[in-house]
Design a protein around this ligand. Structure first.
Ligand SMILES: NC(=O)C1=CN([C@@H]2O[C@H](COP(=O)(O)OP(=O)(O)OC[C@H]3O[C@@H](n4cnc5c(N)ncnc54)[C@H](O)[C@@H]3O)[C@@H](O)[C@H]2O)C=CC1
Ligand SMILES: O=C(O)C(=O)[C@H](O)COP(=O)(O)O
Length: 393
């Protein structure tokens, strides 16, 4: 390509200054992305909220699409291949952010319910970048982890985490979902947790979904939760985003607006990976380092107990704050209010509120780089090391 390309980018993408040497960047809203904005553009950079398909791209001059996300279910990859449009995404970019979100949920649930981590069996559905990061942290705090991942079994993959069946995973104390959303192929994940599988789960279990909403049949889940028979549930993702059914939100232990991966580092890494991929595609230098943004942080107290570890993690991120804000945005009162106090919002308002929460999401850093100066009990040393914490006593 000889001319300077025009790059259309989602306005919620950080660190776009990386692209200043590669083309002229124009930002646009991602949901909905105005098709007219693509006029004359060669490059489109999106996040997960933009459906990228023939309806968006046919007749445009876009030749490169990048998604600063791990998931690709919003992109019609077959169409891009047929149309000869290059695609890049950001595998693993925010895996640690999601793993920290899951670790906090497990620690808080275990503390609340008097469960010893060393006796907890954790089942992961999907053992890719996120599943492996989650496994690394949970094994380090003493949990026994098993995963179900049929594509890896069929590929004969050697994994550090033992692979089992989905049924074995769903029988664990904690179940955490980390699969892509797929509707075709030998192992589709749409409604993988359907009514029958959900019916086998009990209130003694913790179910966490940070992958994609439609992996769980949300109506069936709500029916189980309203009957008081479902598992304690954490949902970061919802079947009809940006819609969040108030009844389902009211029934889960914790809900959040699809932000499990929203660390500053995870988002910036996603942009940086696209910058590298675009530079390679254009055949130009793209050797700028990933912008480093985490400030110096210090934890001066000891890390002796599970509660201490949770308190340390909470310096970076307080999940119940996301839960509170999401309830408010969907018209629910603070925890405990009756159904009569719910504010009846329209779908349009709820959708706008959901996207607004994500757009204005606060600065949240991953734990890596945190300096601990208090005494650390041997039992927590491995997890702190895997979190990238620097212990200096
Ligand atoms: N809530 C959030 O903010 C985020 C959500 N995600 C979601 O998490 C998903 C997983 O992310 P990664 O682990 O990085 O992806 P990955 O592609 O590295 O791993 C996915 C794993 O799932 C396995 N898998 C596929 N179908 C399966 C099935 N039917 N049963 C069990 N395993 C199956 C694959 O073999 C692979 O090992 C992404 O596709 C994305 O949708 C990712 C990052 C942030
Ligand atoms: O990486 C993924 O996959 C995700 O789910 C993203 O973290 C979601 O963030 P947005 O792309 O919707 O901003």
């Amino acid at each position: 390509m000889t001319n300077v390309p025009t790059i259309i980018a989602d306005e919620n993408m950080p660190a776009l200054e990386l692209f200043s040497g590669l083309g002229e960047v124009r930002t646009v809203p991602g949901r909905p992305l105005p098709r007219a904005a693509l006029t004359g553009a060669q490059v489109l950079l999106v996040r997960s909220v933009t459906r990228v398909d023939e309806a968006l791209l046919a007749g445009t001059s876009v030749r490169f699409v990048g998604s600063a996300t791990i998931g690709t279910d919003h992109v019609d990859l077959d169409y891009l291949a047929r149309a000869g449009i290059r695609f890049a995404h950001a595998p693993g970019c925010n895996a640690m952010a999601v793993a920290e979100y899951v670790l906090q949920a497990v620690l808080a649930w275990a503390l609340d319910n008097g469960r010893a981590l060393q006796r907890l069996r954790v089942g992961l559905v999907g053992l890719g970048n996120v599943g492996r990061s989650v496994a690394g942290l949970l094994e380090a705090v003493g949990c026994t982890v098993v995963a179900s991942d049929p594509p890896q079994v069929e590929a004969g993959a050697q994994t550090a985490v033992p692979l089992g069946t989905l049924e074995q995973v769903l029988a664990c104390d904690v179940i955490s979902l980390h699969v892509p959303l797929t509707t075709a192929g030998p192992h589709p994940t749409h409604h993988l947790l359907d009514a029958a599988r959900l019916a086998a789960l009990t209130p003694a279990q913790l179910l966490i979904n940070t992958c994609r909403g439609p992996v769980i049949d949300n109506r069936a889940l709500l029916a189980r939760l309203e009957a008081g028979q479902g598992p304690v549930t954490v949902l970061d993702v919802w079947e009809q985003e940006p819609q969040v059914p108030p009844a389902l939100l009211a029934a889960v232990w914790r809900g959040s607006p699809h932000i499990a991966g929203y660390s500053v580092e995870g988002k910036v890494r996603g942009t940086w990976m696209l910058y590298r991929a675009l530079g390679q595609w254009l055949g130009v230098d793209a050797s700028r380092a990933m912008p480093q943004q985490a400030p110096v942080r210090t934890w001066e107290a000891p890390v002796a107990s599970m509660a201490d570890l949770l308190a340390l993690l909470r310096t970076a991120y307080r999940p119940e704050e996301d839960h509170r804000l999401l309830r408010e945005a969907m018209g629910l009162p603070p925890e405990g209010g009756s159904r009569e106090t719910w504010v009846p919002l329209t779908d349009v308002t709820r959708g706008t509120n959901f996207d607004q929460l994500r757009k204005t999401y606060r600065v949240r850093h991953e734990t890596a780089g945190l300096r601990v100066t208090g005494a650390v009990a041997p039992v927590w040393q491995t997890v702190l090391s895997r979190l990238g914490v620097v212990v200096s006593q």
